[in-house]
Design a protein around this ligand. Structure first.
Ligand SMILES: Cc1cc2nc3c(=O)[nH]c(=O)nc-3n(C[C@H](O)[C@H](O)[C@H](O)COP(=O)(O)OP(=O)(O)OC[C@H]3O[C@@H](n4cnc5c(N)ncnc54)[C@H](O)[C@@H]3O)c2cc1C
Length: 388
């Protein structure tokens, strides 16, 4: 028994063969196909549709979707690896893949009826981008104070309200929208609906002009008596709060992965640069002060990656991971900010201009402490779990 346990215990960062093959294929694609587009996508604040189509072709938009529905039939951990690898090159692509897999696909897999799975998982695996619409102007951290209303309308619902900050809003075809069927019932009125782009009464509004992850679209959504059939309720009526909480608990691990990838990417850029840049007659990599800064950053990246992999592996093992997910998200986002800031410093003046890649990563890092629960909210979760 003891021997068996030892045989099965794998160091957190040692990947299974299929995980390593998958990670390498995403890394190769990110370096070859995404990297050349990063600056242009940031400048134009847009991801070309051709690239989105390539992501579907690569199989990274339906990682956990069972093969029967056309997906890759892989694990949550695979999704985390993909988000990390894309974010090493471009955190905007990282979050596109993240929302698709860890929030949208995840919600359909866990709460979708067989009918919804058949209708939507096949599309999400093959070309339809998904978005997850919870936040509103008046409800961010206090997500359950949402006011978007779903009134019973014949055998379906009529949804009216506005959502704000919705990632993938520009590209998405399928939206998971949280609305209340009964405002008096508080959080117990919240229900998740599946709404398709183009249905009457639903408009995608303005796209935000952002500090970072500029290529990732962040949009307002408007609903005006938008008719949604009862068959498009995801999960149970009045149980949308559970769907929201539970998917976000998992999604947060994906954001941790996005931030680890970003930090690792910034560190790689910095290491390359310090070996090339000469001052005082030698590469700045030869100054001990610089070596120690790089070593500190490596400590940060390694520690952050361990928290992310641990949370993801706990989730796949069906074990509790709430505290670990919050820890990985807050820590990785702090690491991303620190390491990308150091990379800017080590690039000197070149760190401050768009011709070099690190100023973008520094801007991109900031979002990690805001979306899918701000850092204060993560601390609140951790404190509640450990203090009681
Ligand atoms: C680029 C981007 C993409 C996004 N994508 C999506 C998406 O796809 N879907 C979606 O639904 N939402 C999305 N969001 C929304 C995001 O999740 C919210 O912005 C976030 O939850 C914070 O909410 P808020 O902006 O209303 O800030 P607020 O909740 O107003 O917070 C403001 C400040 O107050 C602090 N605070 C609030 N409450 C407490 C408390 N109880 N204790 C201590 N401090 C507190 C916060 O930590 C923060 O520092 C996105 C946001 C951005 C910027």
């Amino acid at each position: 028994m003891a021997e068996q346990t030892i045989e099965h215990a794998r160091p957190l960062t040692v990947l299974a063969e299929d995980e390593a093959i998958f990670r390498d294929s995403v890394r190769h694609f990110a370096d070859a196909q995404v990297r050349p587009l990063v600056r242009e996508m940031d400048e134009h604040a847009k991801i070309p549709r051709a690239l989105v189509d390539q992501l579907f072709g690569l199989g990274v938009m339906g990682i956990e979707i069972p093969e029967a529905y056309g997906g890759a039939g892989a694990s949550f951990f695979h999704a985390v690896l993909a988000v990390e690898e894309f974010s090493r090159v471009d955190p905007s692509i990282g979050v596109l893949v993240d929302v698709q897999n860890t929030l949208v696909v995840n919600a359909f897999m866990r709460w979708g009826s067989e009918d919804l799975k058949r209708r939507y998982l096949t599309r999400l695996a093959s070309g339809a981008v998904g978005a997850y619409a919870l936040s509103e102007a008046g409800s961010g951290s206090d997500a359950f104070a949402l006011t978007t209303r779903a009134r019973q309308d014949g055998d379906g619902y009529a949804v009216t309200g506005r959502k704000l900050w919705i990632t993938n809003g520009n590209e998405a075809d399928v939206f998971i929208v949280f609305a209340t069927v009964n405002p008096e019932a508080g959080y117990r009125g919240i229900t998740a609906f599946v709404v398709e782009r183009g249905v009457p009464g639903f408009t995608v509004g303005k796209k935000e002009d952002k500090l970072g992850i500029r290529a990732s679209s962040t949009c307002e959504l408007m609903f005006e008596d938008c008719r949604v059939p009862a068959a498009n309720v995801l999960g149970e009526v009045g149980k949308g709060y559970k769907t929201a909480i539970e998917t976000l608990n998992e999604g947060r691990i994906g954001i941790g992965a996005q931030m680890v990838g970003l930090a690792a990417g910034a560190l790689e850029h910095a290491i390359k640069y310090i070996k090339e840049r000469k001052q005082f007659g030698k590469p700045i990599a030869e100054f001990q002060a610089v070596q120690h800064q790089i070593a500190r950053a490596a400590v940060d990246v390694e520690a952050a990656r361990l928290t992310v992999y641990n949370a993801a592996r706990l989730r796949d093992a069906g074990k509790p991971f709430l505290t670990e997910a919050a820890i990985c998200k807050i820590f990785s986002s702090e690491v991303a900010e620190r390491v990308s800031s150091l990379a800017v410093n080590l690039f000197g003046g070149n760190g401050f201009v768009k011709e070099y890649p690190v100023e973008k990563l520094f801007r991109d890092a900031k979002i990690g402490q805001i979306y899918e629960g701000t850092s204060n909210l993560q601390l609140q979760t951790i404190a509640k779990q450990i203090i009681g």
